[in-house]
Unconditional design. Sequence first.
Length: 149
Amino acid sequence: MSLEQQINQDIKAAMIAKDNARLRGLRAVKAAILLAKTEKGGGEEVSEETEIKVLQKLVKQRKESAEIYKAQGREDLLQIEVEEQEVIEEYLPKQLDRSAIETIIKEIISSTGASGIKDMGKVMGAANQKLAGQADGKTISEVVKSLLA
């Protein structure tokens, strides 16, 4: 079952259960997937890789908005963003913790022969490919910088 079909089923279930927080998050995912489909052209299926990128983008947007709302003391809006983020994250692959990311990046550094910060691009390319969907780019970048410095 594709992500789009799963989302549609879950939207129906959330409507029946009158779970407004879940419904908001699911509708955001559905809208983003439809947008991704129309960007590529007439109604074709979106690849799993693209779906993961769309979901990661939505989570990142929610996190950034939540930080802004927290700084402004808007607990009502902060709660909405956190609820939507939790719903969206359910459809992403399990995220790795920082120590697992460091282990994988150390392997990449040794296999590419990177020796300093000048090799960061080479390591980042390989790391983003290997960790796609399992870690966000910001965390990967921070770990690579710390290990190459």
